[in-house]
Design a protein around this ligand. Sequence first.
Ligand SMILES: Cc1cc2nc3c(=O)[nH]c(=O)nc-3n(C[C@H](O)[C@H](O)[C@H](O)COP(=O)(O)OP(=O)(O)OC[C@H]3O[C@@H](n4cnc5c(N)ncnc54)[C@H](O)[C@@H]3O)c2cc1C
Length: 292
Amino acid sequence: MRVEKEADLRNYTTIKIGGKASFLCFPATYEEIFHAVRMAQDKGLPVFFLGRGSNTIFGDYKGVVIMTREFKEIKVRRKGNKVFVSAECGVPLSELVKLAVNMNLRGIYRLVGFPATVGGAVAMNAGAFGCETSQYIRSLLVMTWDGTIERLSAEELSFGYRSSPFPQMGIVLRADFEFAMADFDVKKEYQLIKERRKRTQPINMPTSGSTFKNPPGTYAGQLLEKVGMKGYRVGDTALSDLHANFLVNLGRGKFTEVIKVLQEAKKRVYEEFGIELEEEVRIVESCGAYGR
Ligand SMILES: Cc1cc2nc3c(=O)[nH]c(=O)nc-3n(C[C@H](O)[C@H](O)[C@H](O)COP(=O)(O)OP(=O)(O)OC[C@H]3O[C@@H](n4cnc5c(N)ncnc54)[C@H](O)[C@@H]3O)c2cc1C
């Protein structure tokens, strides 16, 4: 297994900000994943499973980052008006979206436009435009921290808004989904969503997507806009002037700047509305065993 020491993480996240990880591992088999986890446990270091890094910002991380990108197998089976897809954790979510457009499948095409992996989408229960990843899961193949590999059915798992039992429970190795054929033109709706994203989100800049979760009954972006955070900038890190809840890197953004922007945003929203914003983006520093 390839292992890099003191690895620069900047290029492994979509916002392209990052410090260094003590170890960055590129396993290609499930045994190698466990080997990397054991190495971390032996050294007393925390573990972070990394997909596409599209919801993750690293500081310096004294821990072991385990990349999932080598796990790319996908199997598709059609039965009547149902399509069953089994995808390994490193499969790009865009492949499921493409499949949905080509096969005219309901729901999942709505997740067009964000650069996730299947594992990251399951762990975050990623969602958009009324569709969440967990809605389509039949079962997951999971490796727990002691190396046990088990299959868990959807009924055994509990998902919430941008939350799941992962990575706390371990790593999602493979997800099995069930999709239904649509009785409308999926491609047309997909195009509309794609255009709307382009118009309203800074998708062509280095970004980590939504920074804060939407508090119950309201939108983080609206609250941030009301307190003047749209376009707020510290150095080369800013909340986008297109969408106040999207953190962007304007050039040489730094982790310390990220923290300052987040602190200011939370402070202003709390002072004005009494609402404590909670990060959706995973901020990963030295502390925090087994990722967050
Ligand atoms: C332009 C843009 C637009 C976005 N729009 C949306 C949106 O509309 N809706 C939305 O929900 N998100 C959105 N996001 C955020 C992001 O794409 C999602 O959260 C996505 O699911 C993260 O996937 P990832 O593979 O990049 O995960 P990472 O950022 O690599 O990891 C995220 C978390 O998942 C865990 N994880 C990753 N893989 C595994 C695994 N195999 N097993 C266990 N845990 C794992 C990590 O440890 C980490 O805690 C957007 C991001 C960008 C850049």
